[in-house]
Design a protein around this ligand. Structure first.
Ligand SMILES: NC(=O)c1ccc[n+]([C@@H]2O[C@H](COP(=O)([O-])OP(=O)(O)OC[C@H]3O[C@@H](n4cnc5c(N)ncnc54)[C@H](OP(=O)(O)O)[C@@H]3O)[C@@H](O)[C@H]2O)c1
Length: 181
């Protein structure tokens, strides 16, 4: 059981364009059975945490890209100060301290992992609270020049695994516990 930031990124470290477009990512070729692919990752996830912009993106793409269904069966915490109204799935809105949110997500996840979906600063807040264990990134073959940052902190990492999955370079890192090199 770990707390993992799993995400796709541009080569220059952006999660989305400045207008929150992800087509540069979702249009790429990836083997659904290949290294570090989503299906295998999500089977071991017991709870999710995401920020308000990411939640809004999922809402905006429910019909078009997600078949009209809330895509997660696991309980999800959305950090926000906004009133989103009734959620389409098992979603808890909160502005509690990240340590409290983590405790609740951890408890719900049981033996499985907690997935920090993003964005980058939200993950940074978990890192600041020493609650981030691993970072898994699929780098798409594109630079965006600007957008939502991958992880706007200095975080020392240990490279655990690297693989190619068709268009993507997939890398798995542990957050260094000794401050890194
Ligand atoms: N490439 C990928 O695989 C991937 C993965 C994840 C996200 N994304 C995209 O990347 C972009 C990320 O957007 P973003 O950088 O704005 O990040 P975000 O984390 O999705 O949203 C940030 C917002 O979350 C709320 N929030 C964050 N921390 C909070 C806290 N401690 N307490 C209460 N509310 C808190 C705040 O909104 P309010 O105060 O307004 O409520 C904040 O403005 C989105 O376009 C998303 O779709 C892409």
């Amino acid at each position: 059981m770990a707390t993992i930031y799993y995400t796709g990124s541009s080569l220059d470290g952006f999660l989305a364009t400045p207008d929150h477009d992800l087509s540069w990512l979702t249009s790429r070729d990836i083997d659904p059975e290949g290294p570090m692919h989503y299906d295998g990752f999500v089977r071991d996830v017991g709870a999710l945490v995401m920020g308000a912009t990411t939640y809004q993106w999922v809402l905006d793409h429910l019909d078009e890209e997600l078949g009209g269904q809330w895509p997660y069966e696991q309980p999800t915490w959305v950090l926000t100060h906004r009133d989103f109204g009734r959620p389409p799935g098992d979603v808890t809105f909160t502005d509690a301290p990240v340590a409290d949110v983590h405790r609740a997500a951890r408890e719900a996840a049981g033996e499985r992992n907690v997935w920090l979906v993003g964005g980058g600063d939200l993950v940074g807040q978990f890192f600041d609270a020493q609650l981030l264990d691993e970072v898994w990134v699929q780098f798409a073959p594109v630079t965006l020049g600007a957008g939502a940052p991958l992880l706007p902190r200095r975080v020392e990492l240990e490279l655990l695994e690297v693989a190619r999955n068709r268009d993507f370079v997939c890398a798995r890192y542990a957050v260094a516990t000794d401050g890194g090199g």
